[in-house]
Design a protein around this ligand. Structure first.
Ligand SMILES: N[C@@H](CCC(=O)N[C@@H](CS)C(=O)NCC(=O)O)C(=O)O
Length: 329
């Protein structure tokens, strides 16, 4: 694998005339439902998930797929970590360890899937992407919705222990939605708004907001085990994929360097380790794809394409769990 990216493969990110990065809304918003009469009914071996192991949004879907035991029902493709000017590309595992080629559509690039479904598609060619093999179309390309479907739509196909895992329990909807909202704006997307800013003032404003929210999250986790009390929920999953990328990538590459998770946020660190150590989660983490993707693909930020050696905190470090915790009530 080449460590030195070629500048002619650089993709450019668009900022507006104020130097601000605006993330476009996802376009495909259909739902898989339990009912056999639904337009997209939950059936075994019908759906295929396209992800990048580098991408924090796609990573959410991989975690829920793993913890709900949906890997048996929903097949997977993993793109090359390097996003080139045509967008995400597929690769063999020899070319890029960890990659899984497109066994469904045999595409070379993710964008081919978008054009197959919508020949006049004008948006970004993003992952995650959930594909219906029966209808030959895209179900959904919005991670926050894909994890909601994975959380409940397939329950009738699952064994009792997996069926009972609920990352979005009804009684906690409001608390989860409230946290998700500010965490998305200031942390999940906040690191991108800092890192992609092309004006000093825009960068500083977003970067400060990132740390205000991390301080707020640290205070929450100083008092309780998870973001919503002692229950591990969707809110934790959504934040976690950003937190584990923070020290190795966002701290340097996106210049979010006022503090680090490892040195300055002991409660976030404890929480991050606890989630990493849930059986099935560690296997969804590929730090090589994560580091290389950002540092090698965003050459307008890092023109040499050199990526750093450090992987951030050791997430496998044993934590003291007074009595442990369960994924279910
Ligand atoms: N709102 C989307 C965002 C997905 C997204 O932006 N994915 C990035 C990778 S981290 C991507 O595929 N970008 C490709 C591009 O913008 O060209 C979600 O949560 O699923």
């Amino acid at each position: 694998m080449s460590t030195q990216a070629k500048s002619d493969t650089a993709i450019e990110v668009r900022t507006n005339d104020k130097g601000e990065f605006k993330r476009p809304d996802s376009v495909f918003r259909n739902w898989i439902e339990a009912s056999p009469q639904a337009e997209f009914p939950a059936e075994p071996d019908r759906y295929h998930l396209y992800v990048s192991l580098a991408c924090p949004w796609a990573h959410r879907t991989l975690i829920v797929r793993a913890l709900k035991g949906l890997d048996k029902f929903i097949s997977l493709s993993v793109v090359h970590y390097h996003m080139v000017k045509e967008g995400w590309k597929f690769a063999s595992s020899e070319e890029c360890p960890g990659a899984i080629p497109d066994s469904v559509n045999h595409a070379n690039f993710i964008r081919e899937l978008y054009f197959k479904v919508k020949p006049d598609y004008q948006g970004r060619y993003t992952v995650p992407l959930l594909w219906d093999k029966k209808k030959g179309t895209i179900v959904n390309n919005e991670s926050s919705e894909i994890i909601r479907m994975f959380n409940s739509a397939f329950n009738h196909l699952l064994p009792e222990d997996k069926k009972r895992i609920d990352f979005y329990p009804e009684r906690l909807h409001q608390s989860i939605d409230d946290i998700n909202e500010w965490v998305y704006v200031t942390v999940n997307n906040g690191v991108y708004k800092s890192g992609f800013a092309s004006s000093q003032e825009v960068y500083e404003n977003h970067c400060r907001a990132v740390f205000q929210s991390l301080d707020r999250l640290e205070a929450i986790l100083a008092k309780q085990e998870f973001l919503v009390g002692d229950r591990f929920t969707e809110a934790d999953i959504r934040l976690w994929t950003t937190v584990i990328r923070f020290d190795p990538v966002y701290h340097g590459h996106f210049k979010c360097n006022i503090k680090s998770i490892e040195k300055d946020y002991p409660h976030l660190l404890r929480w991050a380790r606890q989630i990493y150590q849930i059986p099935g989660v560690a296997q969804t983490v590929n730090m090589d794809h994560i580091k290389r993707h950002y540092y090698v693909s965003h050459l307008w930020i890092n023109p040499t394409g050199i990526y750093p050696l450090g992987n951030g905190p050791d997430l496998a470090h044993p934590i003291i769990k007074p009595g442990g915790f369960s994924l279910t009530d």
